[in-house]
Design a protein around this ligand. Structure first.
Ligand code: ADP
Length: 357
């Protein structure tokens, strides 16, 4: 082995001068440098890219080679590329976005964006299904729509919209991905699929703050937020930070779902949020042969909530296999199955909301 003749300090200084072209920050500040080995006149560097197959990998590699080869004594440079873990990527994004200024105006009271925060008392009532079909329905009417999947523990929006990929970070702002003409942001874009995510409390709050502050929502008419179910801290902190948001409560006709939805509604009212109304999902089943409605989950849940919270029932969505398969296959029923009764019910809901929200 030859003796080290290249100064480690000089190599580090040279690396500091290499920037991630997209983020315009030093790769050292972004914690992308994983390892630096100096053996005689040979330098071996390991870089962790923010995303797999990063289109700028060649540029970063070339820049590193160029800068390091200028360090006195260096004769050869090897640059190896690896990829950041989910946690490293999130931390990098936080550090990078450590600014106070919001990237879009959704947090402003005078923003023209109408924010619909979709909430439910408990999971499994179709909150995400309603969020997605409502958003796609609004987009089909020509509105600029954003969807923010804040259901951190069970993000399902990317799957329901058939999306994959990762958002890019540009000039310190996170650029949402696009689907059905909408701008979509989900925690699901930032983690590997099927990986259990154990978020630390601070990270969760940080993530939500970022979704509100650092995502570049461009000129939205509507922002539909899929809140986590129930009345937890996350739901509360989101609605508290969005002065213009109105709550849309999703329930099934069952008594148990209704009573927990009422609790979620009171939470919103206590936080001085306006309740837009109630959507009764899985409201009835239409017999495929005779067309008769059967109220398999009972009746009255949505009215009970509306009366209790002094609001209105804005829509009733039937239980229909096409809704479920649409969600599972990433093809929202309101767009892909326009003839279905549920698509018609979602369109009606959209019209009612446009006339009110
Ligand atoms: P939540 O967001 O409240 O947890 P989801 O939207 O994930 O609920 O819905 C739970 C399940 O019920 C999903 O499999 C979804 O496809 C299905 N589902 C929701 N609404 C309907 C409906 N109207 N008809 C048939 N299946 C539905």
């Amino acid at each position: 082995m030859s003796e080290t003749i290249v100064s480690r300090e000089a190599v580090m200084t040279a690396l500091r001068g290499v920037k991630d072209p997209e983020l315009d920050r030093s790769i050292m500040d972004l914690n992308m440098v994983r390892d630096v080995e100096i053996e005689g006149s040979h330098v071996h560097i390991v870089i962790a890219l923010t995303v797999k197959g990063c289109p700028l990998r060649v540029k970063i590699k070339d820049d590193i080679k160029q800068k390091i080869s200028e360090v006195p004594g260096v004769e050869s440079v090897k640059v190896e590329m690896t990829v950041m873990t989910d946690e490293e990527r999130m931390q990098m994004i936080y550090r990078n976005a450590g600014e106070k200024e919001a990237k879009s105006n959704i947090l402003n009271r005078d923003s023209k964006t109408k924010i619909i925060a979709v909430s439910s008392g408990k999971g499994g009532v179709g909150k995400s299904t309603v969020s997605v079909n409502l958003a796609v329905g609004l987009s089909m009417k020509g509105y600029q729509v954003g969807v923010m999947d804040a259901d951190i523990y069970g993000f399902s929006v990317p799957k329901m919209l058939g999306m994959e990929g990762r958002p890019t970070v540009f000039n310190k702002a996170i650029v949402p991905l696009k689907a059905y003409g909408m701008q979509v942001m989900s925690m699901g874009f930032l983690v590997e699929e099927d990986t259990p995510v154990v978020w630390r409390g601070t990270m969760l709050t940080g993530a939500i703050n970022q979704f509100l502050r650092d995502v570049l929502w461009a000129d939205l008419d509507y922002l539909v937020i899929d809140l986590p179910p129930g009345t937890g801290d996350i739901a509360l902190s989101i609605i508290n930070r969005l002065p213009n948001s109105k709550i849309l409560l999703v329930t099934t006709p069952q008594e148990t779902a209704a009573s927990v939805a009422i609790r979620a509604g009171h939470l919103a009212l206590n936080a001085e949020q306006e309740i837009l109304g109630v959507v009764e999902n899985m409201s009835y089943f239409l017999c495929p042969t005779c067309g008769d409605k059967s109220h398999i989950f009972g009746t009255g849940g949505a009215e009970k909530i509306a009366t209790e919270l002094n609001t209105k029932v804005l829509g009733r969505i039937p239980i229909e296999p096409a809704v479920g398969t649409g969600g599972d296959t990433g093809k929202p029923v309101v767009y892909h199955n326009e003839e279905s009764a549920s698509a018609a019910a979602f369109r009606e809901l959209v019209d009612t909301i446009v006339s009110q929200a």
